[in-house]
Design a protein around this ligand. Structure first.
Ligand code: 6CS
Ligand code: FE
Length: 300
């Protein structure tokens, strides 16, 4: 060992993106389902998740729990101010778009991330202890709720947060009706098996604008065409309490809500403890804890 040199091996970048290379299209290098751990999902549902990269479970969260969530959302939204880093506003107005870190700011959401019907699924698919990488409420107001462009969450979490491997699962939980016309989540089935990478690099403090309107890590039409050749566009709809579990690399997005019916969804990201964040792979400064948690406290 040479004197003065760290023995701590840096984690190799297996998914380079926004590090000065070309746009690319590569294979996923990680499993989707990380073992045959026990859990609430049937073998057929695990197989569906593995094949398509997502799974919708209607009315999984009980109605009483959803009501409690909506009540606490009203409180949190009422307290939010533009100075509050946890509150993100729409790109073209001063209306609320997202509220971050809700599992820390609310006892109701702290209890919800630990409910076995969610936590059990995350542990089953990832075959490890898990912690919350990110939590947020996404608000899509009637008429003016704005879209999210197509993206893979993992690409951002890898480049900007230092998430080493594709070993995280997201869940979107409907707190209101998700119709096919009020800004519903769209996913490309099977897209989780391909990794899209991007040229260029990421500006410092990208997160101060990206959460209002993402512009780095957004695929071109040509890249999306490749994913859409192999997989259909599917949607998450359902009554309150319905949940869409999706792999961290599944290509997804959602359109504007121009309907008269608001749509509010909760978003929790469970990451495997073995996949805890390292230094970001494409930026110098990690994003703050309320966007990408670095305390790695296992749940349950
Ligand atoms: O930045 C994030 O963590 C998440 N937000 C956006 C708008 N895109 C990437 C990722 O889903
Ligand atoms: Fe996303």
């Amino acid at each position: 060992m040479s004197p003065g040199r760290s023995t701590h091996a840096p984690v190799r970048d297996r998914y380079p993106s926004r590090v000065g290379g070309d746009a690319g299209l590569g294979d996923r290098l990680d499993p989707v389902v990380w073992g045959d751990a026990d859990g609430p999902l049937s073998p057929a549902d695990v197989e569906r998740f593995d094949r398509y990269g997502f799974l919708v479970v209607p009315e999984l969260v009980p109605a009483g729990v959803v009501e409690g969530c909506m009540d606490d959302f009203a409180r949190l939204a009422g307290e939010a101010t533009p100075q509050d880093p946890l509150a993100i506003y729409e790109p073209d107005s001063d209306e609320l778009r997202s509220l971050f870190d809700v599992h820390r700011t609310s006892d109701v959401y702290a209890a919800l991330v630990r409910r076995p019907e969610l936590l059990g699924v995350a542990r089953q698919l990832l075959a490890d202890d898990v912690y919350i990488h990110q939590s947020r409420i996404n608000v899509k107001r009637a008429y003016t709720g704005r879209s999210f462009p197509w993206h893979s969450d993992f690409e951002t979490w890898h480049v900007e947060d230092g998430m080493p491997a594709m070993r995280a699962v997201s869940c979107s939980i409907a707190l209101t009706d998700n119709h096919p016309w009020n800004g519903q989540l769209l996913l490309i089935a099977g897209s989780h098996r391909t990794y899209l990478s991007f040229p260029g690099s990421t500006p410092e403090d990208n997160h101060l604008t990206s959460l209002r309107k993402q512009s780095y890590g957004v695929p071109t039409a040509a890249q999306l065409d490749v994913l859409a050749e192999d997989g259909t566009v599917e949607q998450f709809t359902g009554p309150p309490g319905s949940v869409c579990f999706f792999d961290c690399n599944t290509m997804h997005g959602s359109p504007d809500n121009i309907s008269p019916v608001p749509r509010t969804n909760l978003f929790f990201v469970y990451n495997a403890l073995a996949n805890a964040l390292v230094e970001p792979f494409g930026t110098d400064v990690p994003r703050p804890n309320h966007i990408a948690d670095r305390s790695f406290e296992p749940l349950g």
